[in-house]
Design a protein around this ligand. Structure first.
Ligand code: IMP
Length: 424
């Protein structure tokens, strides 16, 4: 069976966790392939909110196997926190959760390095979640990292010490004011590593290959969004992994010709958390309303998200890079009550009007060109079928489908599993 992908098409926080949870019934295996605890996937069902950071969003379904792939970076302390929460809810994860031996470990000093690097950048800071993501991927590509499989080796603590000592000298080199008590951090780290070691480690690329061969259905769950991709995002204001479709190939060991459907998730408007350019960002009451109605606060850091109109130039680019076959539009309900909606269809760029994403999208380089549409008043959150949609919402959806040339197969009208409307 082909492996289907589910990816965020904007700057993250599109609502991937909810859609994975909704789609899990169609799959045997849900696999995370990149990112780490910088992600915050929110799921709402039975009146309760659940936030996952590293664990795949299929964990609440009894029949699904959940794989943390080789492309993921794991912080044992945060991972343990997630397991504790699952235990509180009597979720039996032991049999259904598998971890790749090739996934890299986030050390306490990776987190400290993240903090030191950001502090040293001053105003130019990335706005990182400070979970140690960048430094851990740097050690991976620098060939210094510690992997999950290393925890099974007798000398892994010596390797740990060598790397942590190196990190301490790097922190000192930054020469910024970072207060920390490493022995305390290490105490909780080693305790959490012991818990991690009690889980099932696997050679995940072989597992995925055999699962495909035996006809199992697999959904690869992306984290962050395409515009945060290390290669195709708004560099340097990006995360440190490939969040786009290619990342699923390297992050799970899936061959490119084995990719099936690519579900592209986007919000009916745009948000961004952290620094970096955002051409359609709003600084007015409309932006404030989107943030308030949409509860636009980071699931991992609690930071306020920046809000703006939908940017079709950026969305088209993301569809292109990922080979999206189906679109899922989230948070349509948040736009109820706006008299006029705007969608950016082009940029004014160096005297021209362009429809592709240029190298520089900073405010001094691009000015969005908007198409205006009439909004709708109706509350969408209680709707259960697309036939109930107001005509203005249908106009909005039809316009996007025509521009993007990809069907919008799911429209989400609220955070709950049940507030999901399938089209066509
Ligand atoms: P890092 O990956 O934590 O270093 O953060 C790099 C950039 O990506 C920052 O602007 C973060 O706010 C952003 N970022 C990282 N993870 C997420 C996410 O899951 N959702 C939205 N933004 C994220």
């Amino acid at each position: 069976m082909a492996v289907d992908l589910l990816l965020g098409l904007q700057w993250g926080d599109e609502g991937k966790g909810k859609i994975v949870d909704v789609l899990t019934k169609n799959y045997n295996i849900i696999a995370r392939f990149q990112g780490g605890p910088n992600a915050g996937h929110t799921l709402v069902f039975n009146g309760k909110k659940h936030v996952l950071h590293t664990i795949p969003s299929g964990i609440f379904h009894d029949d699904a196997t959940n794989l943390v792939g080789n492309g993921v970076v794991i912080d044992p302390v945060i991972f343990k926190g997630e397991l504790d929460k699952l235990e509180e809810q009597d979720i039996d994860y032991r049999k259904s959760l598998l971890i790749s031996r090739k996934a890299h470990i986030i050390l306490p000093t990776h987190r400290l390095l993240d903090a030191a690097s950001e502090a040293a950048k001053g105003k130019a800071k990335i706005g990182s979640t400070l979970k140690g993501i960048g430094p851990t991927y740097m050690d991976k590509t620098g060939r210094n990292g510690i992997r999950v499989g290393d925890l099974e080796l007798s000398d892994w603590k010596e390797r740990y010490r060598t790397l942590a000592d190196k990190h301490e000298s790097m922190i000192a080199f930054y020469n910024v004011d970072i207060n920390y008590d490493l022995s305390k951090l290490e105490e909780e780290f080693f305790e959490a590593v012991d818990i991690l070691k009690s889980l099932t480690f696997i050679d995940s690329e072989e597992y995925v290959y055999q699962a495909q061969k035996s006809g199992k259905t697999i959904l690869a769950e992306g984290a962050q969004g395409s515009l945060l991709d290390i290669d195709f995002g708004t560099y340097p204001f990006v995360t440190s992994s490939n969040t786009t479709a290619a990342g699923a190939c390297t992050g799970l060991g899936v061959a490119p010709n084995q990719i099936g459907e690519v579900f592209g998730i986007f919000k009916a408007y745009t948000t961004r958390v952290g620094s970096g350019p955002f051409p359609t960002e709003l600084f007015d009451e409309d932006g404030e309303t989107m943030g308030r109605v949409g509860h636009e606060f980071g699931a991992t850091t609690g930071r306020r998200r920046r809000c703006g109109w939908l940017d079709l130039v950026a969305l088209k680019y993301a569809c292109q890079v990922n080979g999206v076959t189906q679109l899922n539009m989230m948070k349509g309900d948040v736009l109820s009550g706006f008299k006029t909606l705007k969608v950016c269809t082009a940029y004014k760029y160096k005297g021209d009007v362009i429809e592709h994403l240029p190298y520089n999208i900073e405010p001094e380089n691009v000015e969005p060109v908007y198409t205006e549409m009439k909004g709708w008043e109706d509350d969408l959150t209680t709707m259960t079928d697309a036939s109930q949609f107001p005509k203005e919402l249908n106009n909005y959806i039809n316009f996007l489908e025509k521009e993007l040339q990809i069907p919008i197969t799911i429209v989400s009208v609220g955070p709950d599993r049940k507030q999901t409307i399938f089209r066509k």
